[in-house]
Ligand binder design. Structure first.
Ligand SMILES: [Zn+2]
Length: 494
């Protein structure tokens, strides 16, 4: 690359003084966004399900040159969106070489650089930053200090250089000045202490701040973006009013609106492309996994305030594949086909992501999780088999039939025992499974039917994964409904 290396060279390049002086970071974001809007492709590749809701609002915020905040529950791709903003920055940005706060070569704000330019003039050295180097992210916690965020007076620096303590030479810069001419993202903004919010506001508004009583002037050029849980953000007193006032746009994120959108995200994010074994994930397995999140988001026993992260179906999918992989490896099989039963083995990937209400805690995370899976299986089963007469299969079990679908049995063994269940294999065409398909695929499909019947309490299943007659007499099939437990008082928030 032939980029100018001195201030003199820079002047006659495409980074002329005329252009660079006026091009603040928000102008840069805006101009590059305008260019992208003229093209036909997606604005932020890889962000799914926000095309008609969140993305247009973000575009408007950037076109308006606003600082903005994303309000949403966890696992709604907030951080991913904020990081994607770097794709709207120029491929390279010139600054004065060696400057900690990446000073504009034509308008340095730090003392070191003003002296540097005075001394070397047109020979002042120029360096460049790539987009990712211009993105600084901080998770807000109550113990973040002014020193972390804005800076500190460094007495050692002062003693070594023989400077006054109040001199700008003695400042050790914090994260915000280091994000100068870039994007600064603060996650969970309401967790920032009030006086830090004041410091943040002062630097946004006036370009100056006091560090340990010394007034320091720092007219920074930063695009500030934030994220927060909506309830925390709107709670009275959590955000100081002048700061709230300076945040141009509040944009609400949301969970995927449909199971299909959720599946697209999970497929994109989950680690499925593994080496060694051929993997075939049946559609209904993905649907069951995704529905667990949907069912959980509706469940009264789970804390609505913290939500159910999209990471739940993602890690669940990874664990489901691993369980199927483990079975295939142990049984010496080449083809890995996950089953609905593998979802129960993936509970360790889920229980930690469920914040339970009092009632849920009484029930226990494992039990709640098992019930969510069962509901998700029942709903998915209904998508394929509502109105299909399964009486023949149920009767086979009622007459004493049993089949074990454990992890240790080979596919061929299970496949053979499934042939005994009258009426089962012909139901597989509802799942687009044909008789010529591999045994692994057929076994997975048959197991889904049995799990579905079990979820509807039409047949039973014990701990050893033996399907057998249900405890209750067979009754007419109806759509699954979980019994709602009585309401209990909400656990106090602490
Ligand atoms: Zn500087």
């Amino acid at each position: 690359m032939n980029l100018p290396r001195t201030l003199g060279e820079l002047r006659t390049s495409r980074f002329s003084e005329d252009i660079l002086r006026k091009r603040h970071v928000k102008d840069e974001l805006r101009e590059n966004l305008v260019a992208r809007l003229r093209q036909t492709g997606p604005i932020f590749p890889g962000i799914v399900g926000y095309d008609d809701s969140v993305i247009p609002q973000i575009v408007n915020a950037i076109l308006s040159r606003h600082n903005f905040i994303l309000l949403g529950l966890r696992g709604q791709a907030k951080s991913r969106i904020l990081r994607a903003l770097t794709t709207l920055l120029d491929p390279e940005m010139p600054y004065i070489e060696g400057c900690e706060i990446h000073d504009n070569p034509y308008a340095p704000i730090c003392r070191r650089c003003t002296e540097e330019v005075a001394k070397h003039g047109e020979g002042t050295r120029i360096a460049y930053l790539a987009p990712q180097q211009r993105y600084v992210e901080k998770l807000a916690t109550p113990d973040v200090t002014i020193a972390d965020l804005i800076g500190d007076i460094d007495p050692i620096k002062a003693a070594r250089g023989g400077h006054e303590l109040s001199s700008e030479f003695t400042v050790h810069y914090g994260l915000l000045p280091r994000a100068n001419r870039g994007i600064f993202a603060i996650n969970e903004l309401p967790d920032l202490a009030g006086k830090i919010q004041v410091g943040l506001f002062n630097i946004m508004q006036e370009g100056d701040v006091q560090i340990k009583g010394y007034p320091i002037r720092l007219p920074l050029d930063v695009a500030l973006v934030f994220s927060a849980n909506p309830e925390d953000y709107t709670a009275r007193g959590k955000i100081i009013t002048p700061l709230k006032d300076r945040i141009g746009s509040e944009i609400r994120t949301h969970y995927p609106a449909t199971v299909e959108e959720g599946i697209t995200i999970t497929n994109q994010e989950a680690w499925t492309q593994r080496d060694g074994y051929k993997l075939q994930i049946p559609k209904y397995v993905g649907e069951v996994i995704e529905r667990i999140a949907f069912v959980a988001r509706e469940d009264k026993r789970i804390d609505k305030r913290s939500g159910i992260s999209q990471r739940l179906p993602i890690t669940c999918m990874e664990n489901v594949i691993s369980n199927a992989e483990r079975r295939a490896i142990r049984n010496g099989e080449e083809l890995v086909v996950p089953r609905v039963g593998d979802v129960y083995s993936a509970m360790p990937a889920m229980t930690g992501k469920l914040e339970l209400e009092y009632e849920g805690e009484m029930r226990g995370a494992d039990n709640v999780c098992r019930e969510l899976i069962r509901t998700a299986i029942a709903k998915t089963y209904d998508e394929y088999f509502t109105g299909v007469n399964m009486q023949q299969i149920v009767t086979w079990f009622d007459l004493g039939g049993e089949v074990k679908m454990g992890d240790t049995a080979t596919t061929d063994e299970i496949f053979e025992s499934l042939q005994n269940i009258q009426g089962l294999t012909e139901k597989l065409d509802r799942l687009a499974i044909k008789q010529k398909d591999c045994p692994q695929v057929q076994v997975s499909g048959a197991e889904f039917i049995l799990e579905g019947l079990h979820a509807h309490k039409r047949i039973g299943r014990n701990e050893e994964r033996v399907f057998r007659a249900g405890e209750k007499p067979a009754r007419a099939e109806k759509n699954f409904e979980r019994e709602e437990p009585p309401m209990r008082p909400r656990r106090p928030y602490n």
